[in-house]
Write a protein that binds this ligand. Structure first.
Ligand SMILES: [Zn+2]
Ligand SMILES: [Zn+2]
Ligand SMILES: [Zn+2]
Length: 481
């Protein structure tokens, strides 16, 4: 006989039933939930199923067949009972009194009683008989060992008598939704009660359900509402896949301008203060509305909705991971005017002109650290800018014997483009041989200088700021379209 692991199926909800105790006078007895009876089964050991403790309370699939065998002494006899699980408990389906153990005749009778889907039947023990004397938690009645039920709950063992309902069992050890009102109960603030419709499971309940329960865990610090993008004061609101106002407290801002919560690029976090106007880039998440038309400086870059717009900073805050977030709204034309004018100046300054000179960017390798040159071709939602790395031509003529100095990489830069250049900044770290030995051949041993550059009409390479790159990209998009 083996305990067959049963497969959970989307069947009728399980029914709760008490597994019969061994009757007084019986010498011993056993209980078995039967899931299969093979064609060659001749004795009890050939039955497939799961052992059950006499006196336990279990949740069984409707229609489950339970076999109860009790052995009496002097004279020796066997009482064999077949029981079937119904919504009202276990019902007797067959009974045999014998002077010998279960035999082929009873097995044939059991096979006829076994449901077609018995292999899919499941059982879960809800409560075991109490091992030690206890008192019923509900009515206080004394329970000698085995007479009551011991419920194993997340808050410890709780004993009840069989007829008494299971009452809340003291403080809830974990947070969750209230079994009565579905509002949020924080850990330790409510009680623990049996979950309705799920025997053996427990959920928190309020001591007294509040008139307006919070649908999720309360927020401690002040933050911004996912729905209306206004501030939620500290100590109010709740979390449900994002911060929300207490139900009924969302206040859509009167200005009607779209708002976004964005992550401030790490290098810029010092300059973002409420009241400033900044150009922001933002990729809307699924379901977030796209950029409305006609906003100052608004432009959509990609099919993903990745966008840029001039925004007025309303508020900033720092996350636990030290990232700075900003709550912004689209700037009005009045607010945007100075920045739009500055951007136009930059765009004119960086406008592609008639220059036709090519320029040569040369970067020396230092102790194996190489530079790179990338053309900036557009915007990238993840990296800010799209870079196309260019292949260098390498010149070893002036290199020293080890190639530590004098190896030159060169790139041809064209006018009417913007580039980013990275070059190693010597001298190398004093212990650079040791660094390479420890971290590998490609470990960096020098500092790095990064700069955005472009080629002037005269063929000179000049450094430009990231704002100029942005202005150039915006202008290039305009001039190319
Ligand atoms: Zn009781
Ligand atoms: Zn409640
Ligand atoms: Zn709100």
């Amino acid at each position: 006989m083996t305990a067959t692991p049963t497969v959970e199926r989307a069947a009728a909800p399980p029914v709760a039933a008490d597994i019969p105790n061994t009757p007084p006078g019986a010498m011993s007895g056993w209980r078995l939930m039967i899931t299969a009876i093979s064609a060659r089964a001749r004795a009890a050991r050939d039955l497939d199923g799961m052992w059950l403790t006499p006196g336990a309370r279990a949740a069984l699939s409707d229609g489950t067949l339970v076999l109860a065998v009790d052995i009496h002494d002097a004279p020796r006899r066997w009482t064999i009972t077949a029981l079937r699980a119904t919504p009202d408990g276990l019902e007797e389906a067959g009974r045999w009194e014998r002077r010998s153990p279960l035999g082929p005749r009873e097995i044939n009778a059991l096979r006829a009683l076994l449901a077609d889907d018995a292999a899919g039947h499941t059982v879960r023990v809800v409560a075991a008989p109490n091992e030690a004397p206890a008192a019923c938690r509900t009515c206080g009645q004394a329970l000698p060992a085995g007479q009551g039920l011991a419920h194993h709950t997340p808050a410890g063992h709780v004993a009840t008598c069989r007829p008494c309902p299971v009452v809340p069992f003291g403080v809830n050890p974990g947070a969750g939704r209230c079994a009565d009102c579905s509002g949020w109960v924080s850990a330790g603030e409510g009680l623990l009660a049996p979950a309705p419709g799920a025997p053996g499971r427990y959920r928190p309940v309020h001591h007294a359900c509040p008139g307006q329960p919070l649908p999720g865990p309360p927020l401690r610090a002040a933050t911004w509402c996912l729905k209306c993008r206004t501030t939620i004061p500290a100590g109010t609101g709740y979390w449900d896949r994002g911060p929300h106002h207490t139900p009924g407290h969302c206040a859509l801002p009167a200005d009607g301008l779209p708002r976004w919560s964005i992550r401030v690029p790490a290098r810029e976090s010092t300059d973002w203060t409420p009241g400033q106007v900044r150009r922001i880039r933002h990729t809307p998440t699924a379901g977030e509305p796209a950029l409305p038309e006609g906003l100052p400086g608004g432009r959509i870059f990609a099919d993903t909705g990745h966008m840029t717009v001039l925004a007025h900073v309303l508020d900033t805050r720092t996350t636990r991971n030290d990232a700075t977030l900003a709550l912004v709204r689209a700037a009005t034309w009045t607010e945007a005017a100075p920045l739009l004018a500055a951007e136009l100046d930059q765009a004119l300054a960086t406008r592609p002109d008639g220059g036709t000179f090519l320029a040569r960017q040369v970067v020396e390798r230092i102790c194996g650290d190489t530079g790179w040159v990338a053309e900036i071709t557009g915007h990238d939602p993840r990296h800010g800018l799209t870079r196309e790395f260019l292949r260098p031509q390498t010149d070893y003529d002036q290199a020293d014997a080890h190639g530590h100095r004098g190896v030159l990489d060169a790139w041809t830069l064209r006018p009417r483009r913007v580039y980013e250049v990275s070059s190693p900044l010597g001298p190398p770290a004093a212990n650079w041989h040791a660094v390479r030995r420890r971290l590998g051949r490609r470990a960096r041993v020098t500092a790095e200088h990064r700069a955005f550059v472009r080629v002037t009409a005269e063929g000179d390479i000049v450094e430009i700021t990231e704002e100029e790159v942005q202005a150039w990209l915006a202008a290039a998009l305009e001039w190319m379209s």
